[in-house]
Design a protein around this ligand. Structure first.
Ligand SMILES: Cc1cc2nc3c(=O)[nH]c(=O)nc-3n(C[C@H](O)[C@H](O)[C@H](O)COP(=O)(O)OP(=O)(O)OC[C@H]3O[C@@H](n4cnc5c(N)ncnc54)[C@H](O)[C@@H]3O)c2cc1C
Ligand code: FES
Length: 352
């Protein structure tokens, strides 16, 4: 067993042979940031101050481009080769919430957009629902042992109902079934809550939210949380999609803006014809954010959606002086088993 020490808090935990730093921290009840658990999104990036790690599972793709002098590590993939001293953000707000599995029933299914289904899940009779923080996600557990992650689009409710927004991925096994086969009354097994994309309330800074497609789901949960708190902080909410039909809850976001004078909603379409036909803003969403907020040094930024948008946003926003520890995101990558298969098929990556 090796020991990992977190420099900022001084907390220590043991890592079993073959375990990643993230897995060991979770076993010890310490919440370190993560999202994809596959080595591609970079949200679990930390600084290795002492010791060495290996990457026997997926290659640490999210480190490509990092300065070697900073000794960055990806906690979701790094397996210690000795004792480690690490500088990592801790997300203590999620630590007290127990993660567990439960059976749920589909109590609502609605076509929100041509390729987006809204689902309402309720704990099955005899099951107790779990608690979660707005913005967290769950895994749907499939019969073959695989998992499919989806963000919870709502905060916790007294009736235990969980809202999901599921985009149908071309060639995707689970999302095709949700779209074509799943019916109200069907049962699913889920595990949650997961992830560290949650509201940071220890700040008075203005907030920027950027959602791409169904990335609106966790942003909706977090924005609704801040609205319920009656925050006076400025909230700039950007939602980008290809066509107007993909902005499937635009009336809700427009209502937020009407009812809260500190919230401004910006819809951005990437398809110029659609934008021209609807009068909405045209362009790429991360560029729209930067046009309006060229200096992000005093902001907190929350973003979720497709990996390409998250990658582009991260680069641009850090260049606009946003401190890295004030950028919170969930990247909607494919499930860890799919990414592992894709990466295993790409020659040369194992040497990264
Ligand atoms: C933290 C997190 C939160 C998320 N939240 C949401 C959300 O709220 N809403 C949402 O819509 N999505 C969300 N996603 C994305 C969602 O999890 C995926 O779209 C989903 O897992 C796809 O499942 P599937 O079974 O339909 O597709 P899969 O069967 O997993 O296939 C996905 C794609 O990969 C291709 N593929 C599969 N195997 C291979 C292979 N070996 N080589 C090459 N290509 C392959 C398939 O053809 C398909 O195009 C989230 C992802 C993460 C990580
Ligand atoms: S790279 Fe580790 S959680 Fe995404």
């Amino acid at each position: 067993m090796f020991t990992v020490t977190l420099k900022t808090s001084g907390r220590r935990f043991a890592v079993a042979p073959g375990e990643t730093v993230l897995e060991a921290a979770q076993r010890a009840g310490i919440a370190l940031p993560y999202s994809c658990r596959s080595g591609v999104c970079g949200s679990c990036k930390a600084i290795l101050l002492e010791g060495a790690c290996g990457y026997p599972r997926n290659p640490p793709l999210a480190l490509s481009g990092s300065s070697p002098a900073r000794h960055a590590v990806l906690l979701c993939q790094a397996v210690p080769l000795g004792d480690l001293l690490i500088e990592a953000r801790e997300v203590t707000s999620v630590e007290d919430i127990a993660r567990r599995q439960l059976g749920v029933q589909v109590v609502g299914k609605q076509q929100l957009a041509p390729d987006v289904i809204g689902l309402l899940l309720q704990p099955a009779p005899g099951e107790t629902g779990f608690n979660w923080l707005p913005g967290q996600y769950l895994d749907v557990l499939l019969d073959d042992g695989k998992r499919r992650p989806f963000s919870i689009a709502s905060g916790p409710r007294a009736d235990g109902i969980i809202e999901l927004h599921v985009r149908h991925v071309a060639g995707g096994g689970f999302t095709s079934w949700v779209s074509e086969g799943l019916q109200v009354g069907d049962s699913l097994r889920i595990e949650g809550p997961l992830g560290t994309f949650v509201p940071r309330e220890d700040s008075e800074r203005p907030m920027v939210f950027m959602a791409g497609g169904t990335g609106f789901a966790p942003v909706k949960a977090i924005v609704e949380h801040f609205l319920a708190l009656g925050t006076r902080r400025s909230m700039q909410v950007y939602w980008g999609a290809r066509s107007v039909a993909d902005l499937y809850l635009r009336p809700l976001a427009e209502r937020w803006a009407r009812e809260a004078s500190n919230l401004h909603f910006h819809a951005v379409l990437s398809d110029p014809e659609q934008a021209a036909a609807t009068g909405l803003r045209v362009g790429l969403i991360h560029e729209a954010v930067l046009e309006d907020q060229p200096d992000l040094s005093a902001h907190d930024v929350y973003m979720s959606g497709p990996p390409a948008m998250i990658d582009a946003g991260r680069q641009l926003f850090l260049n606009a002086d946003l401190p890295e520890d004030r950028l919170y995101y969930d990247s909607f990558d494919y499930a860890p088993d799919v990414l592992a298969m894709i990466l295993a098929g790409r020659a040369g990556l194992a040497d990264l």
